[in-house]
Design a protein around this ligand. Structure first.
Ligand code: SF4
Length: 409
């Protein structure tokens, strides 16, 4: 079997125009990584120790109950790598702490691949709001994004209509609906840390309640965005990740809040697979309408200020997925081209099978698929002059394709 270093070095030779750091990131996400005891102990110290509470409530196993999982990994060029720590990886990288060097090391067995670092602990972690809510339960940090969750539940799970790759909200902790005063105070506190955050990202599980459907969710997002906005004098760098709303609803949100960008995630571009894998989204909105509304949103937020993402690889998962990576690649690149023509940024994230999801734990497509996809998506968007200013490596770092934009001039 080819080792991870050999596979990565081969990818660097085959794709010389792609950053070796982005290729390493994809390899790390693909293979997974585990922390040695020495690394996990070092990460409990105050400079790195992350929150005990996970706003997306993903159920992770495989760690001592008294230890806190760290934030994202930073490669030497600031590429951000988010690992689902605690998964059962077949052949993961190891991340070790070398006390002598005072560095974290990315290793394959005894072979040191590179030095890595971790996102430092945000200064608002460990603090509480005036209502006594831990701020780390209200917001988390990813690269320079401050991530807030308006509703820590997803009602698509009712009746088993959740997206089949989803493992959000499967853990025990959930605040349900977030309190607006908690939001205001947490953002106020987070902004005190100089240079730490350059965008505020708001999302949440789907709530189709109200009449018309989704009105309860829309009004909640408006309240939360207004609470965030009390910290600013005008519009503020922000993104709402939410279902695809009609233009009228989006105009209402835009008028009432300081929101600057919008991300209705299609998750799966192929229509038939979307219908299978996202049954709740299909039932409440439907693929065609989702696409139409995403395109319409450009008239409200502007070109390049609307994006949508796919959970790349889930379209190849059994039992319904594409048979070959070439078919999957063709489908996603077509989706990207269609959206790019309409001023929408089409991004990919790497699907990591999770045992708490309906698709369960099954093999991922080969690493080469993700490399070809990231390269293809980036090239298409570039040819349309689209730049992911809200989702580049500094802001989000969850998308290998937008990581590649840093080399653009
Ligand atoms: S909308 Fe789908 S992906 Fe998002 S939380 Fe609900 S089930 Fe999960």
């Amino acid at each position: 079997m080819q080792g991870k270093r050999a596979e990565w070095e081969k990818a660097c030779r085959e794709y010389p125009d792609l950053s070796p750091f982005v290729l390493l990131k994809m390899s790390m996400v693909w293979h997974g990584a585990v922390l040695t005891e020495a690394a996990l102990d070092r990460l409990q110290e105050p400079d790195y120790c992350f929150g005990k509470l996970e706003p997306f409530g993903i159920s992770f196993g495989g760690r001592p109950a008294d230890k806190v999982m760290p934030g994202g990994i930073l490669l030497r060029d600031a590429t951000f790598v988010y690992i689902n720590y605690g998964e059962n990886y077949r052949d993961p990288y190891q991340i070790d702490w070398d006390a002598g060097r005072g560095e974290f090391l990315l290793k394959e067995g005894e072979d040191v691949i590179d030095t890595v670092d971790f996102v430092p602990r945000p200064q608002f972690f460990g603090k509480t709001t005036s209502r006594g809510t831990p701020m780390e339960a209200v917001a988390e940090a990813r690269a320079q994004k401050l991530i807030l969750t308006a509703y820590q539940k997803c009602r698509l799970w009712e009746g088993g209509k959740q997206c089949h790759f989803c493992a959000f909200f499967t853990g025990g902790h959930s605040l349900g609906e977030v309190d607006c005063e908690d939001v205001y105070e947490t953002v106020r506190e987070a902004l005190k840390e100089p240079g730490r955050f350059s965008e505020i990202y708001l999302s949440g599980g789907t709530d189709f309640g109200g009449e018309p459907p989704f009105s309860r969710e829309v009004e909640r997002y408006i309240r939360v965005l207004q609470a965030i906005g009390r910290n600013f004098s005008g519009r503020f760098s922000s993104q709402l990740m939410a279902p695809a709303y009609s233009r009228k609803v989006l105009e209402h949100i835009y008028k009432e809040t300081g929101l600057t960008s919008y991300c209705p995630n299609i998750e799966i571009w192929d229509k038939k697979l979307f219908q299978k894998l996202c049954p709740g989204k299909e039932q409440w909105i439907g693929h065609d309408e989702w696409v139409r509304r995403t395109v319409d949103a450009v008239e409200v937020f502007g070109r390049g200020k609307v994006c949508t993402q796919v959970v790349a690889g889930a379209e190849l998962a059994g039992p319904w997925g594409f048979e070959t990576v070439d078919e999957a690649l063709k489908s996603n690149l077509e989706g990207c081209e269609f959206f790019a023509k309409n001023g929408v940024i089409f991004l990919s994230t790497i699907w990591r099978p999770h045992r708490a999801s309906r698709l369960g734990y099954q093999p991922m497509p080969p690493l080469d698929y993700y490399i070809r996809l990231a390269k293809g998506l980036h090239e298409i968007r570039k040819s349309y002059g689209l730049l992911s200013t809200n989702d580049d490596y500094k802001h989000c770092g969850n998308h290998p394709d937008s990581d590649l934009e840093r080399l653009d001039v």
